[in-house]
Design a protein around this ligand. Structure first.
Ligand code: GTR
Length: 428
């Protein structure tokens, strides 16, 4: 009663406050979180071509069905991205400074795209282990708040790009006090100790994460002002972030100290959706890791468990291509589901990680997606090694890796321990 009167009397402010709470809560109300209530659905078969013919060997998969599925995801889900840009330069802002108490060599690369007044810089931070023989395999990761937030290291360049507002500050600018604020998500020392390079890029350098009509970031850079009208298949922000990861890979390929044939691409949440799509479009990524990626990432959309297609297209209208909105409340009509995105990784090692408390991302739907991708891996002779979702903290490490971590939506040291074991298994 009291709350009701308060909301009525102070209407504007309190309603806004309440809405903000609902928007930021881990499990928004009014969505499905009860497994018993998931209705039955039929997944599209990754091994049946559009013309109805069955895929019986890897040759047909590679030459016919895989390109077909990739094209469907481009046209209906993430949108079509352009290729390598005409103007691209790698500037070594910092070259191999000894860092992290002697454990690492730090490099900072400015990937300069475009020319003249149309120019964009993507900053790549790289720590390579000092104690190992080159070339070293590594993890290319994409972060949420700026490279300077992944470690307290005071020499990391602070991003000048748009950042998401945090801690009550609202000017979308990064600050020195943000240094290291996301370091719990990045097990940099452990990665180096295990003989891997750690590279990271800030997603806001590539494309600021808000709906601005595709004018800023790489969309603005690569779209000519004549192309004002967007096509329903034009790329959204997830495709843009994935495209940026490919530009980072372009750089890694030029560095003889890095084993660019053994690079795992990794992201969390919306950036886990991004790493899956990056791995699908760019086969140079030898391993793909998606942490708690949920709807539009690893989770099956047809289950409508937790976040739905309609909800994601409404909260984040800029993430996917416009065609994806056709499947709002209409998932069964989509010619693909997310198990086919995982299948696009085949036969490369792919890792899907869920968290028990992350119902919004549908942990079970993420696992079922790996099972749905398995028939494609089987064509290549790889079994998943499980028929049922394992219990918490019981990882499965086949060619497809999966774990359900205890705890909430996050990246923790537990997740990294699994990714390192998985990388050892496949890279060493
Ligand atoms: C949520 C969104 C999820 C997930 C997450 C994140 O608001 O609903 O799909 O991407 O954000 O990226 O943190």
């Amino acid at each position: 009663m009291f709350t009701y009167q308060l909301i009525r009397s102070e209407c504007g402010f309190f309603v806004l406050f309440f809405l903000a709470l609902v928007m930021t809560s881990a499990q928004p109300k009014g969505y499905l979180y009860d497994e018993q209530k998931v209705r039955s659905y039929t997944l599209p078969n990754p091994l049946v071509c559009i013309d109805g013919s069955a895929v019986k060997d890897t040759k047909v998969w590679r030459q016919k069905r895989r390109p077909e599925i990739l094209r469907l995801f481009e046209n209906e889900v993430y949108g079509r991205a352009p290729g390598k840009p005409e103007h691209m330069e790698f500037l070594e802002i910092e070259k191999d400074t000894i860092a992290l108490k002697g454990m690492a060599k730090r490099k900072q690369i400015a990937i300069k795209l475009g020319k003249g007044d149309k120019e964009l810089v993507i900053n790549l931070l790289i720590y390579s282990p000092t104690k190992t023989n080159a070339p070293v395999p590594g993890f290319l990761t994409v972060n949420f708040h700026g490279n300077h937030t992944v470690h307290l290291d005071p020499a990391i360049k602070i991003t000048e790009s748009w950042v998401r507002n945090r801690n009550g500050i609202s000017d979308n600018r990064a600050r020195p006090e943000d240094r290291g604020s996301s370091s719990s998500r990045w097990a940099i020392e452990e990665i180096l100790e295990n003989g891997y390079t750690f590279a990271t890029v800030y997603y806001g350098d590539i494309d600021p994460d808000f709906d601005d009509g595709y004018l800023n970031g790489v969309h603005g850079l690569l779209t000519s002002s004549k192309e004002i009208k967007r096509k329903p298949t034009d790329w959204g922000s997830i495709a843009a972030w994935a495209w940026g990861l490919s530009r980072c890979m372009d750089y890694l390929e030029t560095n003889p100290e890095i084993d660019s044939e053994k690079i795992a691409v990794m992201g969390h949440s919306r950036l886990g959706k991004t790493s899956l799509w990056a791995g699908a479009v760019d086969s140079r990524f030898a391993m793909i890791i998606s942490n708690n990626s949920g709807c539009g990432g690893a989770a099956l959309s047809r289950r409508k468990f937790g976040e739905t297609v309609k909800r994601i297209n409404t909260s984040f209208p800029h993430w996917f291509c416009d065609n994806y909105k056709k499947f709002n409340d209409n998932e069964d009509r989509c010619p693909v589901d997310q198990h086919m995105l995982i299948a696009l990784a085949a036969p490369r090692p792919v890792y899907i990680a869920s968290a028990e408390g992350d119902l919004w991302a549908d942990p079970r739907g993420e696992f079922l997606s790996t099972l749905g991708a398995e028939p494609v891996y089987k064509l290549f002779g790889y079994e998943m090694g499980a028929n049922e979702q394992p219990s918490a903290n019981q990882p499965i490490h086949g060619r497809i890796g999966y774990h359900l971590r205890r705890g909430k939506h996050d990246v923790t040291i537990y997740d990294w321990e699994q990714y390192l074991r998985f990388a050892d298994l496949h890279f060493k």
